[in-house]
Each structure stands twice: as structure tokens, then as C-alpha cells.
Design a binder for this molecule. Sequence first.
Ligand code: SF4
Length: 931
Amino acid sequence: MAALPLPALHANHGGCWLRDRCNEHGGGATRGVGKGEAIMAAADTPLLLLNAPLVATRLGYPDLSGLDLLELFAFVHPARFVVPTPKGLARALDLPEPEGDDAVPALLQAAAGALLETCESPGWAEREGAWSALQSLTRLRWPWAGPLAPRIAQPERAERWLFSKLPEWDEAPERPQPAQVALDNDAVLDRLAALTGAGAEQRPGQRAYAAETAHVFAPRRREAAPHVLLAQAGTGIGKTLGYLAPASVWAERSGGTVWVSTFTKALQRQLRRESRRAWPAARADGSPPVVVRKGRENYLCLLNLEDALQGGFGGRAAILAQLVARWAAYTQDGDMIGGDLPGWLGTLFRQRGIASLTDRRGECVYAGCPHYRKCFIERAARSSAQADLVIANHALVMVNAARAGAGGGRDHAARPTRLIFDEGHHVFEAADSTFAAALTGAETIELRRWVLGPERGSKGRRRGLAARLADISSYDEQGAKAIAAAAHAAEALTGAGWLQRLGESAPSGPLEELLAAVRALVYARDESGGQEAGYGLETEAAQLDGAFIERAQAAQAALAGLRQPLIRLGLRLEALLAEPPDWLDGAGRARIEGARHSLAWRIDLLAAWEALLERLGGAADPEFVDWLAVERSDAREFDVGLHRRWLDPMKPFARVVLEPAHGVMLTSATLKDGHGRDDRDWDTAVDRSGAPHISVAPRLAAFDSPFDYAAQAEVLIVTDVPKGDIPALAAAYARLIEAAGGGALGLFTAIRRLRAVYARIADKLARAGLPLFAQHVDPIDTGTLVDIFRDDPRASLLGTDALRDGVDVPGHSLRLVVMEQVPWPKPSILHRARRLAALRHAQGERSGSAYDDRIIRARLAQAFGRLIRSSGDRGHFVVLSSAFPSRLLAAFPPGTPVHRLTLDEALQRVARGASEDAVPTDNFFAKPAST
Ligand code: SF4
């Protein structure tokens, strides 16, 4: 294999390494260089790089460009997984892994050579479409087009265009309702044994868990009263196969569909993997028995892609569109967020390109779309109606249920009746955001654009209502009047430049005037301390004066003025469908069908906003918590508005999700409070299941983890790192990571502190051969950060909430978790209201701190759960807190040793643990980088 003879650059926190132009046998010299020289070299001549935005960040030179190996990989092997690190690339291409940083530039040359050589090989699996894509990429001056051009031969027959190549989905008859079956224990346990495999060790906890889960599938006894099971399964029980066993038996015998809903993408991926033990990839008729179902905004919209390929995207974004089109031809299901599109692809292009290729704004024209029969979203919806198992997420399940309940759902099969909520401790949070209302500048300008189309000068296919329903506007008088009235009314919504006008006290129209009043009041009243820190600000929606109420009323009237013509238009569309006039052809009918659904959704949204404004100044509704907020990031405002949450979001959840269901399980390793046998430990979990709202008493079951926590883990509470002392905090992190030899997950409650710590320690650790990555700092998506962390036992990762329970890294790569402090809940207005309600509800509790304690214990338990993922794992869980209340210790599994000690003592324990559990010496980063 010939290396590509171009110079190559590798840079990280430990230094920069530049390799000159090599000969084709790879000969050439690599030398350590300073950042200045590296930047000069990159400006002089195109260099081979791996992950250009990351290298640019390391060099502090944002304009860096070159030949990025990741872009080439995405072209040559679309939809193929690679960890975007030198080691990951080497492994993906079957090349020897580099032995140190100074060997990386040579690897980049070899990898480029290998990828280019692949394009010449007759066995290249992803050849189809490459030549055509390359012609477009050449026109776009993609840096790789030159090296690729001589390697990709023009095919003898013209390649089919992506949009004609993708397969069409088939309409299938509706599935009959499921048969009523009761599952017998033997069948469930036999299935479990089959799934775990012959010779697998028998796990009594898992068997008991599977048997318990079977109850959820029993026939329902009365209407609106599903079987509800709350099952806490300690880590290591094997709960995924534990519930897939009864679920697969039930699906097989009843002919029905089971939905498993997760909160994190990591678990979704794991479920997809594990479900292969229970179901084949395809049935005899070719249909998939297992389907992953996500919200529309996750999938590629082919119409948006077509528009982007035909000039809607310019510059680098146009190159991204070509690479996405390559992927679209090979993807399993068109899922762009967490599916087989590499998470790093979007971040290479520094634009919101990926999001604009999805149907994020709900502008789908459904059957009016030329790609409707090939659409990934429609395919997923149809497949899930026929599936035995649908893997979804909490938000999607709730949104679909709410829309189906309101009669606005077009996706009838989307309302599950047998539901397993894994990561069940997140159901409350998901319900909280699903059933929320937010009347903000960002939301209202979206609605304005949906009605009127984008402002002049913006690119893309987005059009307003009148253009989307052009035939109605032209041929139907009543419809045309309603569209014109809606367009007129939409002028009252916030328009482009609203945020600036608010800042200049020059709002335009009733909505902006209201938002200006909101902003002024928030600045006048906020006492959260966020003003100095640059965070968001808020104040409760109370004691509002007459002038404010007048503005709210004017805004409410403006919203009603828009809702009315939209309702009239909806009725007119229904009438036209019922009695189609001559001018309405098939495509027009399809467009109307699509428009009706998106209209219903907007009408509901407007009604919710009006209800929010209606109540301002009146008596407080005890069901809701309302507040006004200015959203800010690093002191820059990005949204202003009014917010409404249910005091108990499980109330609407119970109505729209539980009540129509037949069997629902909520399961998690951290469902109840603590690990004791006290029934009161279940109180919060029962309340947070929603079951009491439909008068159902859930079954409760807990299964202890089989892990030996006394031998596998230690909790270290470090008492001598002063709170608020960033240099001391950073030093503690650096020393702990050094003592452990990497493999640390650092969890923060504030992004500001995370960044400050990272900035102080990343270089120092890199020089010791301990790479450090961080959410909110590195230009890499969270999923890819976790992949990188998992892949390198010397790497450490800093992050915030999403990493507290979205990380499943069994084995040696994660052996230390460090929390910067006790994870107190943010004292927001919403939190205060719920805390007060909890106090009223549980008269036995003397203070709201019991409510806070439960939240903190749950967070500690989730974070601790990252540490020990398998029976061979060992590690330390460190909390840097001089005052850690003993009552929080119930968060940790019984038997886990807990020590309160100084940082020095903690370092000794961590170092001892690391030496007993030494890192394999052949590790890539084991040897310090040579400069
Ligand atoms: S049907 Fe809708 S989502 Fe699908 S490709 Fe067409 S416009 Fe996009």
C-alpha cells in the first residue's frame, strides 16, 4: 500500500507534530514543532489532518483548513463507524496503531493512501454513486476531489440518482388487534434461557425480573386501568434481556407490538443490538420485526436534501450535503442523530447543516412530496405499525400519545398499548418538557415563518402557507380568504431582528411589545444571582401591573386573530377533501392532507399560548407554574418569553399515555429512593409514575444488583478542597486523573466551572500522556466524545448532566468518577413550587430539604451507576465536598465502603487501585508524547 505523499500535521494539548512530504513508501521525517510553525505550515500548503476543527482548537487558529481524513473516510465508507482518533482510524483501516503522538502524521499519510487505494479496488462496497458525487464535489472545490479523481473510474452505465435509487415503502394492511394471552412462567424463562444463550450462567435476579415483567402483558381487567409495574433492577441484573424475553413471547403469541422507550441514545443502540437475539433482522416477507422510531427531527428529509444539493446550500455546507447524500444511499434507516451517520460529520462543517437537512420545523408536505414513497420518516412510521418491537424514546411516545389523544394524530399505530419505559427515572422529566408551554420570541418567529415563509434573502426551499397551498389560494375563494387573513395576522408575531429591537427598546407589534415588557420585568426583579454570572434570568408571573396585563391581552388578541383563520382554513380543507372540486388533482389532495395535520398542530399551539396569557393577572391556577424568563448563554441573550409547566406533569401523562394503555412498566436501576426495604422508599416513584392519577396501584418490585460493591468500589468524600476555589478544584482534578492514570469521568453542575478546570489542566495532563476531552469545549458531539473515551483507557472526559447517566462504559476505560460537588438542584422558580407542593403533600416532612435530598440521592445514584458496569469492573467514586450530609449516603448500594478523607489520602487510594488494576502497557498513549 502506498502512503499519500503529502505533509501531515497532528496536534493535541501535548504538542504538534509535522511530517514532511513523504515518498510513496512512507519515508520522511516527523518533527515536533511549535504552534506558530504548525500554523504557518498549514497556511502554506494543504496538510493532511484528522478532525480539522479539533486540531484548529488545539492550535488556537480557527481558520485552519486542509485535507481532513474524516471527510475522506465519510466519502469512501459512508455509514461506517469509526472512532475519530488516530487509533480509531488505524483500527478501522486495518493499519498498525501508532505507538505515540510522533507516529500519528505517518499514520495519516498511510491512512490517506489506504482510503484512496480502496477506491481503485474492484471490491469497494460503496462504489455506487461515488463517481457522480465526485463530479459535484470537484465543482465545489472539495480538497479531496483532486487526489480522488484519478482513482475513481467513470462507470460504464450512468449511475442512478439517489432519489430514484432508494427503495419505496409498501402500504400494508392494518394489523388486527392483539390476541388476549396470558404468559406462563415456563415459556418466559425458556425464552430468557434461549436469549442469554446455552452455557450462560443462570442469573436468579434476571429470572425473577423476567417473570415479574410478564405481569404487564396480562389481559386488562377494566377500561382505563392498565397493569402498571415499577421495577427497580440494580446494575448487572441484565434487565434488557429480562424484559425482552416476556415481550418477545407476548408479541409472538398475540400478534401485537411492544414498545420499549428509552431516554438516552446509548441505551437505544444497546437495545437494537440485544433485540437481535430475540428477532431476526427481517421476516420471511422482508419486513423488519424490530424498528427504531424517533422524532421526525432526527431523520433526513429527502426534499430538504434535494434542495441543498441543487443550490440551497453553498460553500462548505454544499460539501456536507454531498457527503450526506453519499450516506443516504447506504444508511440503514436515515437516522441522522445517533443512527449510522457519524456524529462527528456535522461538527466538521461548523454549521447547523445537519439540522437543516431534517424536518425540524414541521414543514413536511407529506403525500404532496415527490419523495414521499421513499421518505425515511414515513418508512419508519409504517414499519413500526407492523413491528413486534418498537424501540422509541420517552419524548416521542408522549408527543404521539398527546397528538393521537387530541385527534390530531395521523399516525394511529403510534399509540402504544404495551409499553416498557426503560430509564424510567427520566419519565417525569420527559413529561415535564412534553406538556410544557413556552411563548417566546424564538417560538413565535418560527410560527411566523411557517405562515409567511422566510424573510427575503434567505436560501432554501422554505415557503409560506400561501405558496404551499398555491392551488387553494388560486382556485378556492374561501380558502384563499382564510390564507390571506392568516398571513395578515401573522405580521403581528415577532419578526427578524426582534431580539435587537427588544434590546433597543423599540419593539414592533403586540408580541414584541409583550416580550419587551417581559424582559424589562425580569431584569427588574431577578434576584437569582445569574446577572453577574451571565446565566439565564427569571421571575415568577405574579404581581403584574396593569400595563403589563394590557400588553398580554393585546398579544392574546393577536394570537386569537391568527388562530381563527387557521381554524377556518382547516375546515375548508376538510370540506374540499370531502367533496373534491374538478381542479383538485391527486397531488393537490395529498398536499391538503399534509397541510391539515400541520395546521391542527399549530392551532393547538396557539390555543396553549392564549391560555397561558389568559391567566396572567387572574387567580393563580394551582395546577401550573408560570414564570417569565430571559435565556442567556455567556451573558448573551438568545430568547425571551413566558413559560408554563404542570406542577405535576404526570397528570397529563397519566391521561394520554397510561389510561389508553393495557400494560406499562417503568424500570431503572434508580427508580426508588435508596436501597432499603422500607415501603416509603417507593413513595416518590409511585407518585412519579402517574398511576395514582388514574387510581391504579402499581405493582412494586426491586431486584438487587449482583455486584460485590464492597470489593469493587469505594466512595471517597474529599473534605479539604474549598468550595468555589477554582485553582484548588482544578488541581484536585488533575492530581486525581494522574493518580488513576486516566479513565476518569469528571461531572460538573456548571459549564463555567467545567471550562475553567479544563483550561487549567488539559495541557499538563496531555504532557503526561493523559488526554482530556470535555463536553462544551471540544468541537465534538457528546456521543463521539463517549466513543473516544471508551476507546482509550488513558483518556478522561469532563461533562455535565448528559454524562451523568448517558454513559455506558464497562471495563477498564472508566475507573474513576469525580463529582465536583454535591449535585444540588438549581433553585429555580419551578423547583421552588414543586418543593413547596411536596412539603404540603407529605405532611410528615418538616422541611423542603427532604425533597431536595431525594433529588440529590437520585443524581448521586445515577452518577455512581456509571462506575461499575460489569462484574469485573473496579473503581473509585469521588465527591469533592467538605460538607457531605450523611443522609445522602443512602444513594450508594449497600456495602459500598465510604471514606471521608483528605485529597492526599484519596490520591493514595486511587493510585493504589490503579496499580493493582494496571493499564496494559501496549496502550497507545501509555508513553508520554515526545516533543
Ligand atoms: S415526505 Fe416530508 S419529511 Fe419526507 S422527504 Fe418529503 S417533505 Fe421530507
